[in-house]
Design a binder for this molecule. Structure first.
Ligand code: PMP
Ligand code: GLN
Length: 380
């Protein structure tokens, strides 16, 4: 017997495909986004201590209150929004679960969700599983600006949600004040929710401001905001994150969360609640990543690849127009096999596979890893 697929068009995520290929051929893996250096030793110690102190049973369904309080505190300090830790914040198994849960809690059959492409690959399958319709709008390199006039034209009586992601994966662009103005005007007086994927909130460069939905009361009231501790602590394998939303939204979110995972990893929540007391840690993160970005860009500038702008996230996109006409999927595979450097072909982020001849590299790596990669890419 073969089950009738609920996602017949969906294959294996490109991150798994490219990381597997990199491992198979022993290439330097700049494809899937994850650091190759350690998370803070002090945080690991705190997790050990929490385990030794017996924090090894279920956490409360919504997450450890001390951690939710810390998050509320951080959010208020950074963005001025007051979230009630009891009713408006839930700790999740990473940003991915938060996104899936928010979509499944709110999207009904035939609801339309506006998704800007290139888009992180977990949005569309979740929408489709709920019977919703993905209304995608393709953005163009090099600056991937959102054409708000076209967004207006996409809005219908069925529009239920707009998904935003700033800083953006894979394009490394960010939302600007005029984007916020346009967005605010569009959603005003309409029942449109916002799912704001802000997992790269602390990875923003050149002194620019992260425009969290939490900064804008009119937008905040209609938003699920998603964050990831994987990005914050260089610990993507811990699969921890959180979601913030107004109480009525969070009430629906938790109805799903409680039956999807019930609660997530206790000792790490205990440790993070303690570690987050150090504000300097996250306030200095942009500087840490900006240095990596600059280092990688300087190296890549010596190659035949053309650098696209990078304002945030840990990704650098490059055009390879000057090198070959191959499809980006073919070229990414050849680059991995023949030159020993794995990347992500950005057509994977478009449902129609639009190929701008752009590859995405992850620069959240040790300098020596970046050096080795650039050395190989210089041979092209
Ligand atoms: N959104 C974006 C844009 C991401 O890049 C990622 C993962 N890297 C996630 C969500 C998921 O975060 P997590 O690993 O915490 O599930
Ligand atoms: N977010 C990471 C990336 O964009 C990958 C996460 C995953 O593999 N699911 O590369």
């Amino acid at each position: 017997m073969i089950p009738v697929s609920k996602l017949p068009q969906t294959g294996t995520t490109i991150f798994t495909v490219m990381s597997a290929l990199a491992n198979e051929v022993g290439a330097i893996n700049l494809s899937q986004g994850f650091p190759d250096y350690e998370c803070p030793a002090e945080l690991v110690e705190l997790v050990n201590t929490a385990m030794k102190n017996g924090h090894n049973q279920y956490a409360p369904m919504a997450g450890l209150l001390a951690l939710r309080e810390r998050i509320a505190n951080k959010t208020e300090k950074l963005y001025g929004a007051v979230y009630n830790p009891e009713t408006e914040i839930t700790i999740t198994a990473g940003g991915t679960q938060a996104i899936f849960t928010a979509i499944s809690a709110t999207i009904h059959p035939n609801d339309e969700v506006i998704v800007f492409e290139p888009a992180y690959d977990c949005y569309a399958p979740a929408i489709k599983l709920m019977g919703g319709t993905v209304k995608s709008l393709a953005l163009e390199p090099p600056d991937y600006r959102i054409p708000w006039e076209m967004v207006k034209r996409l809005i219908s009586a069925h529009t239920r949600m707009i998904i935003l992601n700033s800083p953006h994966n894979p394009s490394a662009t960010i939302l600007h004040e005029e984007d916020i103005e346009q967005l605010s005007a569009i959603v005003k007086n309409r029942d449109i929710l916002i799912l704001s994927d802000e997992v790269y909130e602390h990875l923003i460069y050149d002194g620019q401001t992260h425009r969290s939905m939490a900064r804008y009361p009119e937008l905040q009231q209609r938003s699920f905001i998603v964050a990831s501790f994987g990005k914050l602590f260089h610990s993507t394998g811990w699969k921890l994150g959180y979601c913030m939303a107004p109480a009525a939204f969070m009430n629906e979110f938790r109805k799903i969360h409680q039956y999807m995972v019930f609660s997530v990893n206790t000792p790490m929540q205990v440790a993070i609640a303690e570690f987050l007391k150090q504000e300097d840690y996250y306030l200095n993160l942009s500087k840490f990543f900006e240095e990596k970005r600059d280092y990688f860009r300087q190296g890549m500038a010596q190659t035949k690849f053309e650098l696209l702008p990078c304002s945030g996230s840990y990704f650098q996109s490059v055009s390879y127009r000057n090198i070959t006409d191959e499809k980006d999927t073919d070229f990414a595979i050849r680059l991995t096999k023949e030159f020993g450097v794995a990347s992500i072909p950005t057509s994977a982020f478009y449902n129609k596979g639009i190929d701008h001849h752009v590859l995405r590299f992850c620069f959240a790596k040790k300098a020596e890893t970046l050096d080795r990669a650039i050395e190989k890419l210089l041979k092209i």
